[in-house]
Design a protein around this ligand. Structure first.
Ligand SMILES: [Zn+2]
Length: 343
């Protein structure tokens, strides 16, 4: 089958569009005829080989949407051939202490489709049946592929970790990122007031279309924490949702009111930052990480998708043979939402 994979780490030129063997359906699994698969920053790290230590070759693509093409006879599932689904790319063992106690987000031997297992930049991919979730009949595969990782991550961070409330003022960094565009939708769905940031006016306009109440151009306003204070009667926000990291860390802390919460899930601008620890004396803050996500929260998110309240935001679409071009586009960051590969 046609697939995009890496044999060695490096630049976008290391992405090979070629032939790989069709996967076989293992016990408990389903096979998908992939129709669309989205990019994540994770793909860039995997291609470059930084923290990745897995075996090669590896087919990339962590976010997958497609039709069920085969179901293992012993898979305990109601899914049938032809069903339209997306995949939760986190494959849990089901047997470790965390899994057995209902805390599968802490599974000690979880593997990720598209990282530790072959992914969706291909004609076919296999996954445990329990990782496949039906999508709404009216939703296209391209939109659906834009949902899983960023939707699940934003849901996990805002709803599970930070326990967002309708009366919260929320700052969502990087409106144009896949995570940010999901965060805006979820925060508005929960009734919060959303202030967001982006680096160009056209992205700010898109953010307002998604429901953001206030949008700040961080290239024009470098001291955005003061702007946040101005927008909140001098108080600051209750909650910051960040996927940017080092570049905004200090100002994000300054944006928080006493007792405020910050949840971080990405460090695309860098992972090292300095911090004035005395800030925690004057304003007791709750600083939270993201970490693993549970099957339960994926199922919760999918209910909202079926209610029609959460949509995949597609920035640009590429054919399978242009995954290298999609990686270059992701590095240039001049898009809003997700980059999706159609197979
Ligand atoms: Zn486990």
């Amino acid at each position: 089958m046609k697939a995009v994979f890496i044999n060695e780490h490096g630049g976008p030129d290391k992405l090979v569009h070629g032939d790989r063997p069709e996967p076989e359906v293992a016990p408990g699994e389903v096979m998908l005829r992939v129709r669309a698969s989205a990019l994540n920053h994770l793909d860039l790290g995997l291609r470059q080989g930084g923290s990745y230590r897995g075996s090669l070759p590896r087919i990339l693509g962590c976010d997958v949407a497609g039709e069920i093409a085969a179901v293992s006879p012993d898979a305990h599932t109601s899914l049938k051939v032809g069903d339209r689904v997306i995949l939760d790319n986190r494959v849990k063992c089901g047997t470790c202490e965390s899994c057995r106690s209902g805390l599968d987000q802490y599974c000690t031997s979880q593997q990720r489709i598209g990282v530790d297992l072959d992914g969706g930049h291909a004609e076919y991919v296999t996954a445990p049946a329990r990782n496949a979730y039906k999508i709404p009949d009216a939703m296209g595969f391209t939109e659906a592929a834009a949902l899983p990782i960023v939707g699940h991550t934003a849901w996990h961070c805002l709803v599970t970790q930070a326990q967002i409330r309708p009366w919260d003022d929320v700052l969502i960094q990087a409106a144009g990122s896949g995570i940010g565009s999901m965060g805006i939708q979820i925060a508005k769905m929960m009734g919060a007031r959303v202030i967001t940031t982006a680096g160009s006016d056209w992205k700010l306009e898109k953010a307002r279309e998604l429901g953001a109440d206030e949008a700040i151009n961080y290239r024009e306003i470098t001291n955005f924490s003061q702007t946040i204070k101005d927008l909140t009667d001098g108080k600051g926000v209750d909650l910051v949702f960040d996927c940017v990291g080092a570049d905004v860390w200090e100002q994000s802390l300054q944006c928080l009111k006493p007792g405020g919460r910050l949840v971080i899930t990405g460090v695309t601008s860098g992972a090292r930052a300095t911090m004035d620890l005395s800030i925690l004396q004057g304003r007791p803050l709750h600083l939270m990480g993201s970490g693993g996500r549970s099957q339960r929260t994926f199922a919760d998110m999918m209910k909202v998708v079926h209610h029609g309240a959460l949509h995949g935001i597609v920035g640009k679409v590429f054919p399978l043979e242009q995954v290298d071009e999609a990686h270059r586009t992701m590095e240039a960051r001049d898009f809003f939402g997700k980059l999706v590969i159609e197979s």
